[in-house]
Design a protein around this ligand. Structure first.
Ligand code: 13P
Length: 255
């Protein structure tokens, strides 16, 4: 049984003060919903405030990116040792980072390895563009991104890392991927993992869906057997919505 994981990617929203207030407002509602893992991923500058606000609760903090080097002349970047003690999860490979910051599969693989070395858990985002989707290339693209991100990553890591299938065309557009299609694609990712690591290990990996997840479509995703949670942008910025998404996951998965 895979524990569902609902992660909120706040992207570039909320000042440190707003982030801390929001985190405090989440606690009474989210703390009792322990059947699912709940993670919030604020902007870097907000992380210490959110970490402090959530200290002593079961709500976890994640970062939205990391640099692959441990330190050095990399203006504007944040390294894994800097995040240690503040976050448990780190998103890598988000399509916005791939697109706007030119992040490549090879770099994502380095980031995954540096995170695992520092006992931080990667949430590896993969997903195809609209053109790739329309050309019928989705499975090839997402399995290629998954295998590239996991080059030289040992099988033991599969128990801690998370994969997020986020079709680019579904992010922030309201055009959510139909849940049965998302389930089939996530199942394909699991099959790809089974090909490299064996079926038993592949069955332990949690794979989320992301892209226009809202309270009104969450049940469809969570009732799909391959989908283990959601990576949520817009709807994670509202306390009520994030709590509702978590409740729906717990109910649908029976945890
Ligand atoms: P939306 O939920 O706003 O579509 O964003 C999804 C996303 O990019 C999460 O990482």
């Amino acid at each position: 049984m895979r524990t569902p994981i609902i992660a909120g990617n706040w992207k570039m929203f909320k000042t440190p003060q707003q982030a801390a207030e929001f985190a405090r407002a989440l606690i009474p509602e989210l703390e009792p919903l322990a059947g699912a893992e709940r993670v919030v991923c604020p902007p870097f500058i907000d992380i210490p405030a959110v970490h402090d606000a959530l200290a002593g609760t079961s709500i976890k903090v994640g970062a939205q990116n990391v640099h692959e080097a441990l330190q050095g002349a990399y203006t504007s970047s944040i390294s894994a040792p800097m995040l240690q003690g503040l976050v448990e999860y780190v998103i890598v490979g988000h399509s916005e980072v791939r697109q706007y910051l030119g992040e490549k599969n090879e770099t994502i693989n380095k980031k995954v390895k540096v995170l695992l070395d520092h006992h931080l858990k990667p949430i590896i985002a993969v997903g195809e563009s609209l053109a790739q989707n329309q050309a019928g290339e989705t499975d090839t693209i997402v399995s290629g991104q998954t295998l590239a991100a996991l080059t030289d990553v040992p099988v033991e890591a599969l128990a801690t890392l998370v994969i997020a299938y986020e079709p680019i065309w579904a992010i922030g557009t309201g055009l959510a991927c139909p849940s049965d299609q998302a389930n089939a694609i996530v199942g394909g990712i699991r099959k790809t993992l089974a090909g490299r690591y064996g079926d038993e290990a592949a069955q332990t990996v949690r794979i989320q869906y992301g892209g226009s997840v809202k309270p009104d479509n969450m049940h469809d995703y969570m009732s799909q057997p391959e989908i283990d949670g959601a990576l949520v942008g817009g709807a994670s910025l509202k306390v009520d919505d994030f709590v509702t998404l978590t409740r729906i996951a717990i109910e649908a998965k029976g945890v």
